[in-house]
Design a protein around this ligand. Structure first.
Ligand code: G3H
Ligand code: 13P
Ligand code: ZN
Length: 309
């Protein structure tokens, strides 16, 4: 099966009350851990690549790794550009075989966000590729740019219809209180489900995307803190809130930080217990297994997309 777009995936997810996991990939062990989990649970998958991942790994390596995953699993897999910053980055990915791109114009004015999104949609649709855009602004760190809580803003429901009809975009990322990274809430976690509901009323049947949706799994934060790390106050989105989102119009849930924490926590533990080891395969193997187990849990318990491939 070739790479797929998100069109079918999102339609089934919307109607079925579940969400597809969109996992960020940066190297072979991350790709393998995620895809082995999806294969065992027969889950559809979005593998996403950020600008930072492209700079780190060289885009051709990531694309070939995803092609290998496709061949190995036979699953419906979408290859998605995460947080595309310009038309040129999106075009490069479309020309390079991606089946979905995000143009993140959330830092632009409403009019400029519409203009750049429309330009990407026209090019993408001409090439059979789907487009995600963003309205509202999440806090946190993406591609080394830190957005403070003061500069973040919830999506305005009154803007979504005009944005979608003027751009022709296929899905919309919204800001309802999640943020990127491992420090999402200062106090009690709170998401604005009322805003999500208003948006859903204005865009019935339209797929919504939730960024910044890692749970910052305490088991891995504790592991990091126990074995020489220092992450006081790390906190993510509670699983019950993600389940609630997955049952609603949210069809795509973005997860990166949980992969990083699983990998780093496991490697820290490994070296604490095996200080003389130096073969990368020895410590990357348990790290890959930890990713696999964590992703299986997400698919099964949080996203609800097991058996939906
Ligand atoms: O939203 C950001 C993703 O976690 C990707 O992070 O830009 O550091 O690769 P990155
Ligand atoms: P997390 O930092 O919560 O994993 O969010 C990832 C994300 O939104 C990627 O676009
Ligand atoms: Zn994001």
């Amino acid at each position: 099966m070739p790479l797929v777009t998100t069109t079918e995936m999102f339609k089934k997810a919307y109607d079925g009350g579940y969400a597809i996991g969109a996992f960020n990939v940066n190297n072979m062990e991350i790709v393998q851990g995620i895809t082995e989990a999806a294969k065992e649970l027969s889950a559809p998958l979005i593998l996403q690549v950020s600008k930072g991942a492209r700079a780190y790994a060289n885009p051709i390596y990531l694309r070939k790794l995803v092609e290998a995953a496709l061949e190995d699993t036979g699953l419906p897999i979408c290859l998605h550009l995460d947080h595309g910053d310009t038309f040129e980055t999106c075009k490069d990915c479309i020309d390079g075989g991606f089946t979905s791109v995000m143009i993140d114009g959330s830092h632009h004015s409403f009019e400029d966000n519409i203009a750049v999104t429309k330009k990407v949609v026209e090019y993408a649709h001409d090439h059979g590729v789907v487009v995600e855009a963003e309205l509202g602004r999440l806090a946190g760190v993406e591609d080394d740019i830190k957005v403070s809580a003061e500069d973040s803003s919830y999506t305005h429901p009154e803007e979504v219809e005009e944005f979608v009809s003027k751009t022709g975009v296929d899905s919309l990322a919204i800001a309802i209180g999640t943020s990127h990274g491992a420090f999402k809430f200062k106090g009690e976690p709170k998401l604005r489900f009322d805003i999500l509901e208003e948006i859903t009323k204005k865009l019935p049947g339209f797929p919504i995307v939730l960024h910044g949706a890692s749970s910052v799994i305490p088991e891995f934060v504790d592991m990091i803190n126990k074995f020489g790390g220092d992450m006081p106050g790390a906190q993510g989105v509670p699983e019950e809130m993600l389940r609630q989102a997955a049952r609603s119009a949210v069809c795509k849930i973005n997860i990166d930080s949980d992969l990083r924490l699983a990998m780093t926590g496991t490697i820290r533990k490994y070296f604490a217990e095996n200080p003389s080891h130096f073969d990368p395969r020895q410590y990357l193997k348990p790290a890959r297994s930890a990713i696999k187990d964590m992703v299986k849990h997400k698919i099964d318990v949080v996203l609800g997309c097991a058996g939906k491939a």
